[in-house]
Design a protein around this ligand. Structure first.
Ligand SMILES: [Zn+2]
Length: 70
C-alpha cells in the first residue's frame, strides 16, 4: 500500500509551495520563496517551449483550385 505523503498534493485549505512543499510566503504566494516562483516560471516556459505542435496538413491532393481534370 502507499503510505507515503505526497508533497505535491496540498492538504485541504493549506496550500503549500508547489515546488518544494513548504508553507508559502505571502509575498510570493503560492510559493515559499521567489526562487521557487522562478523555478515554476521556468518550468512553465520550458513546457511551452516543447509543445509538440504536430499540425501536419494533409496534402493528399484533394480538389485543388485550377486543377485541369477534364
Ligand atoms: Zn518552495
Amino acid at each position: 500500500m502507499t503510505d507515503q505523503p505526497i508533497p505535491l498534493k496540498p492538504r485541504k485549505s493549506r496550500a503549500a509551495c508547489p515546488i518544494c512543499g513548504r508553507p508559502p510566503a505571502p509575498e510570493v504566494k503560492p510559493f515559499c520563496s521567489p526562487r521557487c516562483a522562478d523555478i515554476d516560471l521556468g518550468r512553465w516556459l520550458n513546457e511551452s517551449y516543447r509543445v509538440p505542435v504536430t499540425e501536419e496538413t494533409d496534402e493528399d491532393g484533394e480538389t485543388a483550385p485550377g486543377a485541369d481534370r477534364d
